[in-house]
Design a binder for this molecule. Structure first.
Ligand SMILES: NC(=O)c1ccc[n+]([C@@H]2O[C@H](COP(=O)([O-])OP(=O)(O)OC[C@H]3O[C@@H](n4cnc5c(N)ncnc54)[C@H](O)[C@@H]3O)[C@@H](O)[C@H]2O)c1
Length: 344
């Protein structure tokens, strides 16, 4: 057995990776737990909140740092998992690329187009695997439906709808105190929640080319950002519509994609997708068995580690996330302009 030391970490072979989670709030803690579950990496954490960091370090027995400089002075890392609010993602990504680290960046990629080009160049110079954590890419019911659409006899998609919502205060009681309350930090329904459905639709149908958005703050207490969104869009020749709110009782997301010879329906909340051809009266469903909430994130962590090993993965690429960022920004611009926006 080779027991060379790499910094403070016991060396366990070339494929045993050293991962730094930056930002250990809600999703950062989940990534920490799920990367640990893979058994394929050593995980350290960095968060500017010292009290939070102390708890995390104790619960998960990990090395912890209150800032990135301290972490990088202590040792080197094979990958950064960036789980801070969205306006900080790209600066941290460039730091990781300069460090020679692979990058796993939380959604949305950013809140402006400003740093995209320099980050793209930095990633290209660094030459390490990079992906964005749009977790719908790991859902078997999305992946199978996408595969079916791309290879089926239904014909090309012509019309699609995405309807979704949940009671956000139930799932994120602290929403008033976090990044969600401000567009500048990645907040509001469009950048924070709808972005999952948009990215999934783009993955299945191709990039969105036109957005006409109406949105409003309807109900959530203590914030002014939009919690309700209606969008009429085009993904090339496919006409699409999106409807979401963040106060409804059901926690559901449903996609319907209609083609010349039949339709595909995906019920995210029911972990199933179905096909109904012209002439049929019942959906033929494909069901995934129940999963624990962490399972998709552990699968995502494994996919990221596979990507670092040079294997193919279904993860969202940097360029796909740039496209979804363009959608977010066009939707927000469309609200203030009261007009449709064509995406470049
Ligand atoms: N994929 C998903 O399902 C999912 C779910 C929730 C959040 N997210 C995304 O993950 C990101 C974080 O969301 P969250 O809900 O975990 O937020 P959060 O507010 O719970 O946690 C963010 C953490 O980052 C820390 N932080 C901020 N700036 C820092 C810096 N420069 N250096 C070190 N630490 C810093 C904060 O102290 C905080 O603990 C957002 O982009 C959000 O959209 C994704």
């Amino acid at each position: 057995m080779d027991c060379r030391q790499a910094g403070a970490t016991l060396w366990k072979g070339p494929m045993f990776r050293s991962i730094l989670i930056i930002g250990c709030g809600s999703i950062g803690e989940r990534h920490l737990r799920c990367f640990q579950k893979t058994g394929r990496c050593d995980v350290a954490v960095c968060d500017s909140n010292a009290a939070l960091l102390e708890r995390i370090a104790e619960v998960y027995s990990v090395s912890s740092f209150t800032n990135l400089d301290a972490a990088l002075q202590a040792r080197s890392f094979d990958a950064f998992v960036i789980c801070t609010p969205a306006h900080t993602h790209l600066a941290i990504a460039r730091c990781g690329a300069q460090h020679g680290a692979a990058l796993f960046i939380e959604k949305p990629l950013s809140v402006t187009p400003d740093e995209i080009e320099e980050t793209r160049e930095s990633i290209s110079r660094g030459g390490r695997f990079t992906a964005v954590a749009y977790v719908y890419h790991l859902m078997p019911w999305i992946r199978e439906a996408r595969e079916f659409l791309h290879n089926s006899d239904l014909g090309a998609p012509l019309h699609a709808t995405a309807t979704s919502g949940q009671h956000f205060p139930t799932f994120r009681p602290g929403y008033r105190e976090i990044y969600y309350k401000d567009h500048a930090t990645g907040g509001g329904a469009i950048q924070d929640a709808l972005t999952h459905q948009v990215n999934a639709m783009e993955w299945m149908l191709g990039p969105c080319t036109r957005v006409f958005c109406d949105a409003s703050h309807q109900l959530l207490e203590g914030v002014t950002v939009e919690d309700t969104v209606n969008i009429s869009a085009r993904h090339g020749s496919v006409l699409a519509s999106y409807a979401m709110n963040q106060f409804q009782a059901p926690n559901e997301a449903t996609f319907q994609i209609h083609c010349g010879q039949g339709s595909v329906k995906i019920e995210v909340h029911a972990r199933r997708w179905g096909v109904l051809r012209h002439g049929e009266s019942e959906w033929s469903w494909h069901q995934t068995p129940p999963l624990e909430r962490d399972d998709l994130f552990t699968a995502q962590a494994n996919a990221f580690l596979d990507g670092m090993d040079g294997k193919p993965t279904p993860l969202c690429t940097f360029e796909e996330a740039v496209q979804t960022l363009k959608f977010n920004l066009a939707a927000l611009r469309s609200i203030s302009a009261g007009m449709p926006i064509t995406l470049s």
